[in-house]
Design a protein around this ligand. Structure first.
Ligand SMILES: O=C(O)c1cccc(C(=O)CC[C@H]2O[C@@H](n3cnc4c(=O)[nH]cnc43)[C@H](O)[C@@H]2O)c1
Length: 208
């Protein structure tokens, strides 16, 4: 049994590739782990994991990526262990209310990491979106409805696929920006990626 490392973009694992001297490519089979680059977003992630997840092959999926943060007391570049993730937009508007797909009777939109692996990071709840939040009103509505700490475009897809295949799953996110009306100049992508990669390298090294 092996660990599968999953990220949306190769750029988010730049230093990890360098450290382990990995070849270019979106699916890499190394000695102690496999690595899958899915592409950005929940659709690409679900499709890619659907192709690569075999319950008998992996005992752990590790989802690494950067994320936006709703909580301004958390510094950019901080790392969080996302233990709860919600498909925020999956459902139906009902006037001013929102009905989840669970309310509609069509399944689940809310997932938890049930892993017992000890992680030395604060736990947090995230939302997964198709559209990065960048409008004050919709951000306020999202916070009021779901009270998330972070936002990504893939997390809940990874939890969903792992639940379908009964595979243990962890999601580690590094904060690159605050969720606010879009201003990419304020994003600290380089810092977030460096901290994420340092943690990922140490974690995988310790694991083996
Ligand atoms: O511009 C760059 O240099 C660059 C390098 C690596 C990655 C990126 C991305 O934009 C990755 C997209 C990835 O980031 C997640 N993300 C980050 N902030 C947010 C957010 O505020 N709301 C939702 N998602 C966010 C997301 O999971 C994307 O997959 C750029």
């Amino acid at each position: 049994m092996k660990t599968l490392i999953v990220a949306a973009t190769k750029a988010e694992l730049t230093f990890f590739y360098q450290h382990f001297n990995l070849p270019e490519g979106d699916f890499i089979e190394a000695k102690n782990f496999d690595l899958l680059i899915t592409g950005v977003g929940m659709v690409a992630t679900a499709f890619s994991l659907g192709k690569h997840l075999k319950a008998s092959k992996y005992n752990l999926v590790l989802n690494f990526g950067i994320a936006g943060c709703f909580d301004r007391t958390i510094e950019l570049g901080s790392l969080l262990n996302i233990t709860e993730d919600v498909f925020a937009e999956l459902g139906a508007e009902n006037g001013d209310d929102f009905l989840t797909i669970t309310d509609l009777g069509f399944g689940e939109n809310h997932f938890h990491s049930k892993s017992n692996i000890k992680i030395d990071l604060p736990k947090a709840k995230s939302v997964t979106v198709n559209c990065v939040s960048g409008n004050g009103k919709s951000i306020d509505k999202l916070v009021k409805r779901l009270n998330p700490t972070t936002e990504s475009m893939e997390g809940a897809s990874v939890f969903y696929a792992c639940k379908q295949e009964h595979i243990d799953c962890l999601q580690i996110r590094s904060i690159s920006n605050y969720v606010e009306p879009r201003n990419k100049e304020k994003w600290k992508i380089g810092l977030a990626i460096k901290n994420l990669n340092d943690w990922a390298i140490a974690f995988i090294t310790d694991m083996n």
